[in-house]
Design a protein around this ligand. Structure first.
Ligand code: NAD
Ligand code: WQD
Length: 348
């Protein structure tokens, strides 16, 4: 089965690509590499080569806003007699802070880019798509665990683009309910790395997220961690989130593709998280215990736009996809540290 992975060279896309190729899927990665390195493609290939796996992978550099380039991929696949049967749509911009500064850029890449992709899929009779949505769309919620039927109220332009895309997907489904198979996966906090230590998260510049920040403190690229608030209404006063191992998250995509394949038509939004909440202090403690690295920190004021606590209700993913996370927080820390220790400067 041939799949197109937009943004397939990114953090989540690269881990999912490798897993799909290991399971025998034929993969086309389409990525502009604005937030990823071509080196990850070579890592994927050499990993598969060393395992003696016969695989089918094409990588094409391009932007999802470039209609003719996207169109050519679909048409070429049809000509080869190997049409693209489904798309996993990771491509997009994901920084909350940047989206506040440059909202139009986010609406253009995320929303207009997705509209392009959907038009081309429709023109080429490819009707299955798994979309990378985000827990950020729930915004200020006070009922945890968060289930999919909770009202969405995104607090930043990035989150608003994800809601807009979900709405666009839902409208498209309703326009022809016998045709489209759509699954919006709402990720919580994807962290950790491939167990080989060969692939992981490689943020450009100073990380804005907790976990890559901690691994960079551990490798001493950064001196100390700033904990954004110790006076939240949580058990130890620090913010609580749902951290999910990147390998568990990647497996969720394989299950989502299988789910869509088994349906005549469908539209679903599904949370992918660990279903557990951990505080910043708990993460620091577990990282120190699992890796033996000391993480010096200081307490700072709260970060704008943060919420006290959120974690996912994952019963829908368990019920519909037959998926559940298998890896512990300890495994997240071990694998994340292994990646950072082997690649202190990431892919560069
Ligand atoms: P990432 O930045 O590592 O990957 C995104 C990929 O898309 C990158 O390789 C980038 O080069 C590519 N890309 C960006 N704009 C593009 C464009 N216009 N055309 C083609 N390619 C383009 O991010 P990620 O963490 O792997 O996230 C993947 C998806 O999941 C994103 O849509 C993101 O919004 C969503 N998501 C991520 C998280 C997270 O915390 N990592 C959480 C929830 C949702
Ligand atoms: C986690 C906790 C911080 C950094 C973000 C996006 C969201 C989604 C996932 C894409 C919070 C605290 C953090 C630091 C800290 N991405 N923290 N010091 O904010 O839950 O979600 O990533 O869709 O859209 O907003 O993740 O890792 O930034 O923060 O104390 O240097 O760690 O306050 O409590 P967040 P995060």
């Amino acid at each position: 089965m041939r799949l197109l992975l937009t943004g397939g060279a990114g953090f989540i896309g690269s881990h999912t690509s490798l897993l799909l190729l290991q399971r025998g899927y034929d993969v086309i990665i389409y990525d502009s590499f604005v937030n990823s390195s071509y080196k990850v493609i070579n890592v994927i290939k050499s990993y598969l080569d060393s395992d003696g796996i016969d695989y089918k992978l094409k990588t094409i550099k391009g932007d999802i806003r470039d209609k003719s380039s996207l169109e050519k991929i679909f048409k070429d696949s049809i000509k080869e007699g190997n049409a693209i049967q489904a798309v996993i749509h990771f491509a997009g911009l994901k920084s909350v802070a940047e989206s506040v500064k440059y909202p139009l850029k986010y609406w253009d890449v995320n929303v207009c880019g997705t509209k392009n992709l959907l038009e081309i899929m429709k023109d080429n009779e490819c009707y299955s798509i798994v979309f990378s949505s985000s827990a950020t769309i729930y915004g200020l919620t006070n009922a945890v665990p968060i289930s999919e039927d909770q009202t969405v109220s995104p607090m930043n332009p990035y989150g608003k683009t994800k809601v807009a895309i979900e709405n666009m997907l839902c409208d498209l489904f309703k326009s022809n309910m016998n045709l489209w198979k759509i699954c919006s996966l709402r990720y919580f906090n994807p962290v950790g790395a491939h167990p080989s230590g060969l692939m992981g998260e490689d943020p450009i510049g100073i990380p804005s997220n907790l976990f890559p920040y901690i691994t960079q403190v551990a490798i001493r690229r950064i001196n100390l961690l700033k904990v954004f608030g110790d006076n939240w209404n949580t058990e130890d006063g620090s913010g609580v989130r749902d951290y999910i191992h990147i390998m568990d998250l990647s497996e969720g995509h394989i299950d989502a593709i299988g789910f869509l394949k088994s349906k005549k038509s469908i539209y679903e939004s599904i949370n992918l998280g660990s279903g557990k909440g951990y505080s910043v202090f708990q993460i620091i403690r577990e990282f120190e215990l699992s890796t033996g690295c000391e993480i010096p920190f200081l307490i700072e004021g709260r970060r704008d736009g943060d919420v006290a606590e959120y974690y996912a209700d994952i019963s829908k993913a368990e019920r519909l996809l037959g998926w559940s996370p298998k890896r512990s927080l300890k495994q997240i820390c071990i694998d994340g540290w292994n990646w950072q220790r082997n690649n202190p400067e990431g892919y560069t």
